[in-house]
Design a protein around this ligand. Structure first.
Ligand code: DON
Length: 588
């Protein structure tokens, strides 16, 4: 299925990249890059990846996701004449089958679309709080958050994935749901071969999902499905078939929804039939911004992603015409300080725009960025007030980037929140439910699962969308040609990792392979630490950062990104090297 793969991909192929068949209606890309040539980079000694690796290459189209079989589902649809939106929806449903840790129909997501004819759109299919949700529903008698926003039946928002993908398809796709869902249905019904990534993910999650009905489906006597075995999901196949035949109403008003509500009622959850009936995906105006002459299309709230990526890049653009050399303390300090400032605003001001007044224009303005850039002292870090916020590792959302043979592009990020969501698996209908309620500030001022300390703007209310960090982004080069499709997983680190891949290809002129392999850093205001990847700094840079006053903390991996970039003669795609072969391992 895959072709032209010029990358060394260990154990599991995570990416599908194929030429369209010669008889398909393709427009070979006459466009050549108008961007400067790439430059080589030297990574710090001891860094886990080598610089100079090759990316996958496709002359006509490219799909990068966390699971090769899901990317292949998209390729199949494009080869049959579909466009990038058809393919993205095919990938989304396929991920629900072959990448159950994050791919889903029991969760939600965001999609950014940019068509070759210049139109752009975003669709928000984020979960919403059920009508019976209330501000303090996750607080114990002493006012401390319980784990009910994370695990179990009460942790779920009303899923948006099915409605959102179907709506995107009906507006911008060219095929029927049945056509684009065919690969997913086939893989659920006939099975697919379990890879090491799924096996290891399940093995490490037994203590979590083994508490619920997934125990009987994904484990044999407590042993995770073995790599190499064929895994069939008849209940999920039936659910997908019903959706393919009846449309989203099968999920929101029909048999699937009835089963979901019955399970919720049995387990003490609060999602009702009416919650499902009321669910609506929302088309939103994309955030359009610029960075050093490039244009970006990104996601407005209910995700914070577009605002915070835009604001961070605006601050960097205002701070320096040329960024300090990549890998130096000065570079890391400047990036960390820009992210810190953007997250301070994010954490206090952003929430569902139907409930709070989001100052989007101000936060994304160049003038405001100039004001913030002036507050960065090159020699001293600015403290954020301390608290006990903890950071939890995790990369279990999933992003996929699709570019078709016409130059249409789709960036989609979808999630159950935690790996395997709330751990609640609906065995009659074959899918995991999300634990997206934890993305609200259950207790404003106290950290959530990702250590994010957020305010009233993101407090729980019935029917409200919880604030997200998902950052699907499409970048055009200075001539207005499609350049980069990018996004990732990893909670708040999605924002900083997505920004850094953009900076790496624009400012640092890295190849996409290097841009993805380069060590990442992260700052989210609170906790007030500059997080960096283990061995991701030279000793000189580390010493410099400490002199500037940063509390440097090392983490094993920051985020999980999948990206596509235009190069001479076609497209390069890189799937996250940090999860290659072990993607699915959850360590929170
Ligand atoms: O929407 C969000 O920002 C989160 N629910 C994303 C969660 C995520 O990336 C999981 N991985 N750590």
């Amino acid at each position: 299925m895959r072709c032209s793969l010029r990358t060394t991909t260990a154990v599991v192929l995570l990416l599908g990249a194929c030429r369209a068949p010669s008889n398909s209606q393709t427009r070979a890309l006459a466009i050549e890059p108008t961007v400067p040539p790439r430059q080589s980079v030297t990574f710090p000694d001891g860094w886990r990846f080598k610089a100079g690796e090759k990316a996958a290459f496709g002359e006509h189209f490219m799909i990068a996701s966390n699971q090769g079989l899901a990317s292949d589902a998209g390729s199949e649809v494009i080869r049959a004449g579909g466009n990038a939106v058809d393919a993205a929806v095919a990938v989304g449903f396929a991920l629900a089958v072959v990448y159950p840790v994050a791919g889903n129909i029991g969760g939600g997501g965001f999609m950014v679309i940019r068509l070759a004819d210049g139109r752009s759109a975003t669709i928000d299919y984020r979960e919403v709080a059920p009508r019976a949700a209330s501000r303090n529903m996750y607080l114990d008698a002493s006012g401390n958050p319980t784990d009910e926003s994370i695990i179990g039946y009460r942790a779920s928002g009303v899923p948006g994935a099915v409605a959102g993908m179907a709506e995107a398809l009906s507006k911008y796709g060219t095929m029927s749901l049945a056509q684009v869902m065919a690969p997913a249905i086939r893989m659920a019904r006939d099975g697919f071969v379990v890879d090491s990534s799924l096996h290891l993910g399940l093995r490490s999650s037994f203590g979590y999902i083994g508490k619920f009905d997934a125990r009987d489906i994904f484990y044999n006597n407590g042993e995770a499905l073995a790599p190499g075995t064929v895994f069939r999901q008849p209940a999920l196949a039936r659910t997908l078939q019903l959706i393919a035949e009846q449309g989203p109403k099968a999920f929101y008003r029909g048999e699937v929804g009835d089963s979901l509500v019955a399970a919720m009622t049995r387990g003490g959850g609060i999602i009702t039939k009416q919650d499902l009936e009321l669910y609506q995906p929302l088309w939103r105006t994309p955030i359009k911004s610029t960075y050093r002459g490039y244009s970006m299309f990104s996601m407005p709230p209910a995700s914070s992603g577009g605002i915070v990526v835009t604001q961070s890049l605006n601050i960097l653009e205002a701070a320096a015409d040329t960024l300090p050399a990549w890998g130096t303390a000065a570079y890391a300090h400047l990036l960390g300080s820009a992210f810190q400032r953007a997250f301070i605003d994010r954490n206090s001001k952003l929430g569902d725009p139907a409930f709070v007044n989001v100052p989007l224009d101000q936060l994304t303005s160049k003038g405001y960025a100039r004001t913030l850039a002036k507050t960065i002292d090159p020699n001293h870090k600015t403290p954020t007030p301390p608290n006990g916020s903890q950071i939890v590792d995790g990369m279990h959302t999933t992003h996929y980037s699709v570019v078709d043979d016409q130059g249409n592009a789709v960036a989609t990020t979808t999630t159950l929140n935690n790996g395997y969501g709330s751990a609640v698996y609906l065995k009659n209908v074959g899918f995991f439910m999300n634990d997206e309620m934890d993305d609200f500030a259950s207790a404003p001022g106290k950290p959530n699962m990702f250590g994010l300390v957020q305010g009233e703007a993101n407090a729980i209310a019935p029917g409200k969308r919880m604030l997200s960090a998902m950052s699907p982004t499409i970048v055009l080069d200075p001539k207005g040609e499609l350049f980069l499709v990018v996004g990732g997983a990893g909670g708040p680190r999605i924002i900083t990792a997505t920004s850094q891949v953009i900076l790496n290809v624009i400012d640092n002129r890295m190849s996409l392979a290097d841009a993805m392999r380069a060590p990442r850093l992260h700052h989210q205001a609170l906790p007030d630490t500059l997080m960096v990847e283990t061995n991701g700094l030279t000793s000189e840079a580390e010493a410099g950062l400490k002199r500037i006053g940063h509390a440097v903390r090392y983490l094993s991996g920051l985020a999980n990104v999948n990206a596509v970039m235009r190069v001479k003669g076609g497209w390069e795609g890189v799937s996250e090297p940090r999860v290659g072969g072990t993607g699915g391992t959850s360590s929170r």
